[in-house]
Design a protein around this ligand. Structure first.
Ligand code: BEZ
Length: 277
């Protein structure tokens, strides 16, 4: 999930779990689309700490999980690599085409959950990553994915940009610091077809998502973890001021009256695409 090894690794399995434990949990639909079978060799792009991978691992022949965060891959190795059919490697999937041992047309399925919006952030490597996923698959193999779609988490996205602008960061710089690309259905369909995929299914779902109630999670934990690349433009004192301000500004937007629970406006873009030849 995190960018290249020259860049800072923002991730830790513990903070991810405190602020985003719902990510591997809300995956019934994408797992149904994956429909793993006992002969499947499956490549998991952006596997993170392996908690999502572990949900389909028992139903597959072999799974290789790739993620650019060493911290998360280490957690996946610690928790799951004792299972004979699982391996995890640190790979920055923006440059997947360079992994010639993986991009070999041998995989039955490629899966990606909640990772492509990070991996596709850089416009210069977007299409090459999707081309490489296509080249990983056997003819007839399928690519199943779920990611943030256009308009994902709009309230906190706007609040993060504005928190920087209020502290003197030019708006174009604040936008450029954004670590996410929330693809529209049209963009994704075009990119998949350009890579040679047949698009079998592509759907958008508005899925408001309840934040965790962990002491170190909730909205503040989410903002610190997921918005780390935005906040890095500020000094440490300004960062914490911004987190407080964002939570205060968003309080009435995200809080449900009946029980005080806090929700973000997640939008999922989900699909199945097959390699035809
Ligand atoms: C998502 O899974 O949609 C997401 C996660 C972190 C930041 C933004 C979006």
């Amino acid at each position: 999930m995190a960018p290249a090894d020259t860049e800072k690794d923002h991730w830790s399995a513990e903070t991810y779990s405190a602020s985003a434990s719902f990510v591997p949990e809300l995956t019934q639909t994408v797992l149904r689309y994956l429909s793993p079978c006992p002969t499947d060799r499956i490549l998991d792009i952006g596997c993170g700490d392996g908690k999502f991978t572990a949900k389909f691992l028992p139903a597959a022949d072999y799974v290789l999980g790739l993620d650019s965060s060493k911290n998360l891959v280490d957690a996946a190795i610690r928790d799951y690599s004792s299972l004979a059919n699982a391996e995890f490697r640190v790979v920055d999937c923006r440059f997947l085409e360079q992994e010639t041992a993986v991009v070999d047309g041998s995989w039955d399925k490629v899966i990606s959950n909640a990772a492509l919006h990070w991996i596709l952030r850089d416009p210069s490597t977007r299409q090459s990553t999707i081309n490489a996923i296509h080249a990983c698959l056997k003819p007839g193999g399928s690519f199943v994915f779920e990611m943030g779609g256009h308009g994902n988490v709009p309230e906190v996205h706007a609040a993060l940009i504005y928190a920087l602008v209020r502290r003197g960061v030019p708006v174009h710089k604040a936008r450029e610091a954004g670590p996410w690309f929330f693809a529209s259905e049209t963009w994704m369909r075009n990119a998949l077809q350009k890579a040679g995929f047949k698009v079998e299914k592509l759907e958008v779902e508005y899925r408001p998502t309840k934040l965790t109630t962990d002491a170190s999670g909730g909205l503040a934990g989410w903002v610190r973890l997921m918005g780390a690349q935005f906040l890095e433009l500020l000094d440490p004192v300004q960062r914490e001021d911004s987190v407080r301000e964002i939570c205060e500004v968003l309080r009435s937007v995200v809080t449900r009256e009946e029980d005080g629970s806090q929700w973000l406006g997640y939008v999922r873009l989900r699909g199945i695409a097959t390699r035809v030849n």
